[in-house]
Design a protein around this ligand. Structure first.
Ligand code: SF4
Length: 375
């Protein structure tokens, strides 16, 4: 069998709990059935601080509190600043932030039919369900994930498929949610078959965090099924190097071995990945497991997430610090998502024009004059 990464050293999760069979641990169904959903469940993995314990009680109603056992095993039991823990354990800071919006990208306004979001002429995001393996405290779609009103019945999926079929300019469909890999293989196969039956749909992308939060979902059977619907692309969502475990690397290896290009979209978050060293390690570890760092998003002005936000200027500094210091394709594009689409956030390297020369600034600050007549 092909190795996922010959010399990589992965962070070690907590051991499988006593009394749990390895076969159960490796099973998607077991992981889903045994998710952490309350304080007692959380206490099996960590020693919650009084603030965390209070927030679980106070805030779980506002946004669902669910963690897979696998992801819980990555948390530091004693460190409340653990970057894994902060992504999924409620914080009282969520309740103190009332400046954020429920739908900062106006996705509802951009929906021609339920759960189809159209910002660009040729592409859509199709939120095929509203379920995730776990619920990230910073989630952009808090308004819908885990909320029953946003679930998609089969007839609603049919309405969306009909809309795509009636709009021949749609060539690229991103299946997102929630998480499309929460679907059974059969349901996902049905959906992909229906999409492949629409002649103008050239490209199907899956946006999924399951390689990170529940890598046991990425089975060989799933990958064989996905292979039948190529071209399929996957974008996943690692935020911190601690998430790149052997199990996550194996999930990505299976996808790549099935001919699926895998990219990563992270979110820049205070105390999680907002320093050049952490971001560099994350990006380099991703490349080692053959996942291309694609986008890093500026965190949105979203309800209950103000404590994660970092000034845009700081983000630009972080990604500028990576330039020239690691492989170019290991550096994701830092972007701000807006109701009008993604806007790249980067310092301009163009200094100006001097006669027939254009002056640019290189990664190390040196200026270069490139002969470049206007005509
Ligand atoms: S996996 Fe994605 S959609 Fe689901 S809660 Fe996390 S950020 Fe939101």
């Amino acid at each position: 069998m092909e190795a996922s990464s010959s010399s990589a050293v992965f962070p070690a999760p907590a051991p499988i709990p006593a009394g749990v069979d390895r076969a159960d641990w490796e099973s998607f169904a077991w992981q889903m059935q045994n998710r952490v959903r309350d304080l007692a469940g959380l206490e099996r993995w960590i020693e919650p601080t009084p603030d965390e314990a209070r927030a679980v009680g106070d805030l779980a109603r506002r946004f669902r509190f669910v963690i897979t056992p696998y992801y819980a095993s990555l948390m530091d039991p004693l460190d409340p600043d653990c970057p894994i823990r902060r992504q999924v354990v409620p914080s009282p800071l969520e309740g103190e932030d009332d400046a954020g919006l429920a739908d900062p990208l106006d996705e509802v306004l951009h929906s021609p039919v339920k759960n189809v979001i159209r910002v660009y002429p040729d592409r859509i995001a199709f939120c095929v369900n509203n379920e995730c393996a776990l619920y990230c405290r910073f989630c952009l779609r808090k308004r819908m994930v885990g909320e029953t009103g946003w679930s998609m019945q089969k007839r609603e999926l049919e309405v969306a498929l009909d809309w795509i079929a009636e709009n021949p300019e749609i060539r690229d469909v991103l299946l997102t949610g929630g998480d499309p890999l929460i679907f059974s293989d059969d349901r996902l196969d049905w959906l992909l078959t229906r999409l492949r039956g629409i002649p103008h749909v050239e490209l199907i992308r899956l946006g999924t965090r399951l390689p990170v939060t529940l890598p046991q979902r990425v089975t060989d059977t799933l990958c064989r099924m996905l292979e039948r619907h190529h071209p399929i692309w996957v974008n996943t969502h690692f935020n911190h190097p601690k998430e790149i475990t052997e199990a996550a690397a194996e999930a990505c290896r299976r996808l790549v071995a099935a001919g699926i290009p895998v990219g990563n979209q992270s979110v820049l978050m205070r105390g999680i990945n907002d320093d050049p060293a952490t971001m560099k390690t994350l990006c380099e570890q991703l490349v080692r497991i053959r996942v291309r760092p694609y986008y890093c998003y500026q965190a949105q002005l979203l309800e209950g997430t103000g404590h994660f936000r970092v000034p845009i200027e700081r983000g630009i500094e972080i990604f500028s610090a990576l330039r020239g210091r690691t492989s170019g394709f290991a550096i994701p594009r830092f972007v701000l998502d807006t109701p009008h689409g993604k806007v790249p956030l980067e310092p301009s390297s163009l200094v100006g024009r001097e006669g027939d020369e254009v002056v640019v600034r290189a990664w190390n600050g040196e200026l270069w004059r490139e002969p470049n007549p206007l005509d």
